[in-house]
Design a protein around this ligand. Structure first.
Ligand SMILES: N[C@@H](CCC(=O)N[C@@H](CS)C(=O)NCC(=O)O)C(=O)O
Length: 234
């Protein structure tokens, strides 16, 4: 392996859990986890924003065998990088193949990372992170409706046809979609039994259990005082 050290900046159950999951699937336990106290505002401290100007987790510090360092942001990019770099883990149809399986896998990776994630994030920002005076009920309603009307039926059709989101085999797309489904359920979405069954299939993976071992430390609502003091610049 041309990586000498990995440090994941993490907060339980958030998007950094996606990366913790793919790391456990690919490199095992061979990485450091550094907790960023999101509800205490640590993500806005200059030493952190110097590494990630987007003030969020995950941040993955990759130290390469030749001494170089990459500070990588964007959870979906990290999941894709490790899925492709460790083909023996069987998390992605081969990148070199122009195949229907690869096309469908990329479609679902991007669907999870972009529209699905965007709707869930808007609901979260407006319901829990923005000061009450700044939150907009119409945005919440529109995103919730669109998610229920458009996203859920697409996922349910896939889960009706097969055990995982891109077929009968688990892929890295299940890491992104699975995390989003569990996030959606915390917000009262994705309540169909098929989603519960899907999450219990995912929870059979040792890497999932390790990635979410600290999830009970996450509370969906931050301290009200921090919210009203506009600590969160979302
Ligand atoms: N597109 C980014 C979003 C990361 C993100 O917004 N992370 C949240 C936690 S799920 C965060 O750290 N928010 C803190 C903030 O924005 O202040 C990714 O997928 O990595």
């Amino acid at each position: 392996m041309n990586i000498s050290r990995l440090e994941l900046y993490h907060y339980p159950a958030t998007r950094s859990a996606r990366v913790k999951w793919v790391l456990h699937e690919t490199v095992g336990d061979d990485f450091e986890t550094i907790r960023v106290d999101l509800y205490g505002g640590d993500q806005y401290k200059p030493d952190f924003t110097a590494l990630n100007p987007n003030h969020c987790v995950p941040l993955l510090k990759i130290e390469w065998a030749d001494g170089g360092v990459t500070n990588m942001t964007e959870s979906a990019a990290m999941v894709a990088l490790f899925a492709d770099a460790f083909p023996q883990a069987g998390l992605a149809p081969p990148a070199a193949d122009m195949s229907p399986a690869r096309a469908d896998y990329l479609r679902m990776m991007h669907f999870a990372a972009s529209p699905m994630d965007m709707m869930l994030w808007q609901v979260r920002c407006h319901e829990h992170l923005l000061a009450t005076a700044d939150s907009d009920q119409r945005t919440i309603d529109r995103c919730r409706q669109k998610f229920a009307d458009e996203v859920e039926p697409q996922l349910l059709a896939r889960l009706d046809a097969s055990a995982f989101i891109c077929g009968d085999a688990f892929t890295a797309a299940d890491i992104l979609v699975g995390h989003n489904v569990s996030w959606a359920r915390a917000y009262g979405l994705c309540q169909h039994d098929a989603f519960r069954g899907y999450l219990s299939r995912l929870a059979k993976r040792p890497a999932f259990l390790k990635a979410f071992a600290d999830a009970r430390e996450f509370s969906v609502a931050p301290p009200a005082a921090a919210r009203e003091a506009r600590v969160f610049k979302v």
